[in-house]
Design a protein around this ligand. Sequence first.
Ligand code: 5GP
Length: 139
Amino acid sequence: MPTIFSQIVDGDIPARVVHEDETTFAFLDANPLAPGHTLVIPKADHGRLNDIPVEEAADLYATIHRLIPAVEAAVDADATTVAFNNGEAAGQEVPHVHCHIVPRFEGDGGGPIHAIAGETPDLADDELDDIADAIGDRV
Ligand code: 5GP
């Protein structure tokens, strides 16, 4: 069963499409957090960022890079929050990679990305060292 976003790419579900190229696609979010809230996706049906081959990831970022100034200019935004919910536990509801470009305005009452955290951890220096090593060992 293709994801809802694959059905949008295929034209089976209508959307306000703002950009399309060989490997990527962008359209307005149906439930915008702000005017101009745009989703940028790979056309291929990848569930998480972790699943995307590096060439497609580069294409995806290139489209995001083009779309950010276009979105900001279109709605006269002061800034944008650009983010992925990467996995269900992070709040991803549609299992097809998508980047949110959310226009932001001075005094819009929204928060920074840091607002997503619940209780923040109090980590000792040796724990931070271990975590940094564990990540570095896996890159
Ligand atoms: P997530 O929570 O997975 O990061 O975000 C999914 C986003 O997709 C939501 O912001 C939601 O409003 C949007 N969305 C879900 N279904 C549709 C749809 O059929 N059309 C459009 N344009 N956006 C959708």
